[in-house]
Ligand binder design. Structure first.
Ligand code: ATP
Ligand code: MG
Length: 349
């Protein structure tokens, strides 16, 4: 649905150049909920704004639903003429952290706004707005003003407005960052439902791993304008490669506290080995811990545990202290690896 190739963008400011995007390439398939995660300043908003050319990249190409919006030709950026660009833009909805609603207009008028000048009749607009408000469970708020709504309700209005033109793609830039945890959950559930119900492709920008975990099937990790890791969200969670990805994952996991607990002396290897075990959907059942303790004569103490429910299934991590004869411990860890359990020795213990 969206192909991004070698996208680059540098901002020239007084204090020097800022390379916001540095050769980004991504493929987003129809029906994906594609998460892009990165710290502040990583280039996330720049990337998402380049997808509908709200921001003009310096180089690279962007293709949305088969239409090439821009490409580099002989070192120069060539882009679609405005008329055609506007047509493609109608197929791309966008939502933001601060909702960007018209405060002096009712919920109905906010949702109707993008339907102006589209040639729809008054009745068609009324029907479409009602349909959109029903879709986001806000049928009873048509006459309310944004100031009378909660943050979560405001974001629902923004979603209804973004979908009013029946786009195939929804771009979401930190849409849940200003919301409390309950409202965040309900907006994420809504996005997941719209993805299923309408086949909507969603590009979801966030700095929170919990958001990726909740609904994304794919993820790309952005650092200093570069994609440092990408793939199936489950695989990235089960087997993260880049240090920044590990940091994001541990920030959203009970095991993120392990290093602090070790430093405080509240968890110690205590003559054994402190190991993190990862049980993915490929691992064979939960009897493995009792099996290694029985068959290799080991003592296994669980220090911390975390289970994540991802789009593709559950992923469990255990931090445990394993004690026993050194060769037996090695053999037991090999047995776990053979059964597709991830085994990682904790270096700082
Ligand atoms: N219009 C602009 N002019 C100059 N520099 C900019 C502009 N927009 C972004 N930048 C710079 O480009 C880099 C990437 O910014 P961007 O907004 O894409 O980051 P982000 O990942 O969305 O961050 P955040 O999580 O804080 O929203 C930053 O260093 C930022 O200061
Ligand atoms: Mg941003």
């Amino acid at each position: 649905m969206i192909q991004i190739r070698n996208l680059s963008k540098t901002y020239h400011i007084k204090t020097g150049d800022v390379k916001a995007l540095d050769g980004v390439s991504l493929d987003i398939a129809a029906g994906d909920i594609y998460g892009v995660i990165g710290y502040s300043g990583a280039g996330k908003s720049t990337l998402v704004r380049c997808l509908n050319l709200l921001e003009i990249p310096d180089a690279g190409s962007v293709t949305v639903d088969g239409k090439e919006l821009c490409r580099t030709e002989n070192g120069k950026l060539v882009r679609l003429p405005d008329r055609e660009l506007n047509r493609v833009r109608r197929g791309i909805g966008m939502i933001f952290q601060h909702f960007n609603l018209l405060d002096r207009s009712t919920v109905f008028d906010n949702v109707a706004y993008p339907l102006k000048y589209t040639g729809l009749s008054k009745e068609e607009i009324r029907d479409r707005v009602s349909e959109m408000l029903a879709l986001v469970d806000l049928s009873d708020k048509a006459d309310a003003y944004p100031s009378q709504l909660s943050g979560g309700q405001k974001q629902r209005v923004a979603i209804a407005r973004a979908l009013a033109g029946r786009p195939k793609v929804l771009l979401s830039d930190e849409a849940t960052s200003a919301l409390d945890p309950d409202a965040t959950d309900s907006i994420l559930e809504l996005l997941a439902r719209l993805n299923r119900q309408l086949g909507l492709t969603i590009v979801l920008i966030t700095h929170e791993m919990s958001v990726i975990k909740a609904i994304c099937n794919k993820v790309a990790v952005l650092e200093d304008g570069k994609v440092v890791e990408e793939g199936n969200a489950y695989d990235v969670f089960a087997n993260p490669q880049a240090p920044i990805t590990r940091k994001f994952i541990s920030s959203a996991s009970a095991l993120g506290k392990l290093e602090t607990l070790v430093k405080k002396g509240q968890v110690t290897a205590d003559g054994g080995r402190l190991i993190i075990l990862t049980f993915s959907k490929d691992s064979v059942g939960d009897a493995l811990i009792s099996a290694i303790s029985r068959d290799y004569g080991l003592a296994v103490n669980i220090a911390l545990a975390n289970i994540d429910m991802l789009h593709d299934g559950a992923l469990g991590r255990l931090a445990c202290v394993v004690k026993g004869e050194p060769e037996k411990v090695n053999a037991a860890l090999q047995y776990l690896r053979d059964n597709k359990v991830g085994v990682e020795e904790v270096a700082y213990a």
